[in-house]
Design a protein around this ligand. Structure first.
Ligand code: DAT
Ligand code: MG
Length: 178
């Protein structure tokens, strides 16, 4: 066997997969994100519409529950915002009624999920996005989505037990991914 026969691919070969633990993270069809329909989204009967968009996109639902979240859970969830002036109002709003908590799975689901949500402020959200289509004000922006794979993992562990996440084979997988 000549020199270089077992060498790694040329450095300029584009590769989607990265070695686990290195950056950027490995692109995986099993990436997961935490999506929550906030109390205003539930009260305004937008649950079906929002689920429909994630389903039709091709993402896979692996966890879902309706719950009235405790203030403790909500303070934990928004811990990075605890020093912001709107924090008490944010926790009160999130505690004001039931939330639909979900975990969705798919290739780049964290980033694409954020694109589907739109901007934090609905006024900056384009038509066609969830916040662009269904809400007006930042304090009532109807939906949450994780902003990174790392925060998705933290949030999934905060809102769900491992038993609440369901592993199953999607019969359309081969029609969504090549
Ligand atoms: P996002 O929900 O887009 O990740 P974020 O994490 O910065 O945005 O903030 C969390 C939530 O806090 C956001 O969905 C709505 C609320 N919020 C953010 N900025 C706000 C502001 N300036 N006034 C009132 N609520 C705000
Ligand atoms: Mg956020």
């Amino acid at each position: 066997m000549g020199m270089g026969a077992s060498a790694s691919p040329a450095p300029d070969t584009p590769r989607r997969e990265a070695v686990r633990g290195s950056e950027p993270a490995m692109a995986s069809t099993e990436e997961r994100t935490f999506i929550a329909i906030k109390p205003d989204g539930v009260q305004r009967a937008l649950v079906g519409e929002i689920i429909k968009r994630f389903e039709q996109k091709g993402f896979k639902l692996v966890g879902m529950k309706l719950l009235h979240a405790s203030e403790e859970l909500l303070r934990n969830h928004y811990d990075d915002l605890k020093d912001r002036p709107f924090f008490p109002g944010l926790v009160k709003y999130m505690h004001s009624g039931p939330i639909v908590a979900m975990v969705w799975e798919g290739l780049n689901v964290v980033k694409t999920g954020r694109v589907m949500l739109g901007e934090t402020n609905p006024a900056d959200s384009k038509p066609g996005t969830i916040r662009g289509d269904f809400c007006v004000q930042v304090g009532r922006n109807i939906i949450h989505g994780s902003d990174s794979v790392e925060s998705a993992n933290t949030e999934i562990n905060l809102w769900f037990t491992p038993e609440e996440l369901v592993s199953y084979k999607s019969c359309v997988h081969g029609w969504i991914y090549d």
